[in-house]
Design a protein around this ligand. Sequence first.
Ligand SMILES: Nc1nc2c(ncn2[C@@H]2O[C@H](COP(=O)(O)OP(=O)(O)OP(=O)(O)O)[C@@H](O)[C@H]2O)c(=O)[nH]1
Ligand SMILES: [Mg+2]
Length: 146
Amino acid sequence: MSEPETLPEDPYPEIGRKLFAGPCDFRLGCAKLDQLPPMDRPEIAFAGRSNVGKSSLVNALTGRKTLAKTSNTPGRTQQLNYFDLGGRAFMVDMPGYGYAQAPVEEVAAWTRLVKSYLRGRASLARVFVLIDSRHGSRKSTARPSR
Ligand SMILES: Nc1nc2c(ncn2[C@@H]2O[C@H](COP(=O)(O)OP(=O)(O)OP(=O)(O)O)[C@@H](O)[C@H]2O)c(=O)[nH]1
Ligand SMILES: [Mg+2]
């Protein structure tokens, strides 16, 4: 059997372009697991050190400037922020890890939330871990417990 002369065109770049060019709205911010929305669609989440650019990436992907709130100060995002991507999927902008300019109890609370979410969310399809190319992947700055 002879090979077809041209492969069928890959439809996914265009599907993706349309998805991110369409509506994307902030749905809710969750400070606790029981506030998470129903698991009725796939979720993708952005993780990484505080200030690495997770919220900026949500804005860049959707071509919006202020959909996700960004800041020069690490520790801006303090909840699991859900963005509804055209009713097809959720993008989840997560709080970061590492140094954050926030009270230690609050950082500990959102760190617990993120860990529980990552461990148990059945509809979580992908997690993208952002790494600042200026620093590479760094060792945890967490101090050993005494
Ligand atoms: N140079 C550079 N700066 C960026 C880039 N992306 C984001 N920034 C800047 O980095 C800072 C932090 O961006 P955010 O998107 O708020 O970072 P974040 O990871 O959401 O931070 P937290 O919510 O605090 O965890 C802002 O001042 C952005 O303008 C990038 O690709 N290059
Ligand atoms: Mg953020």
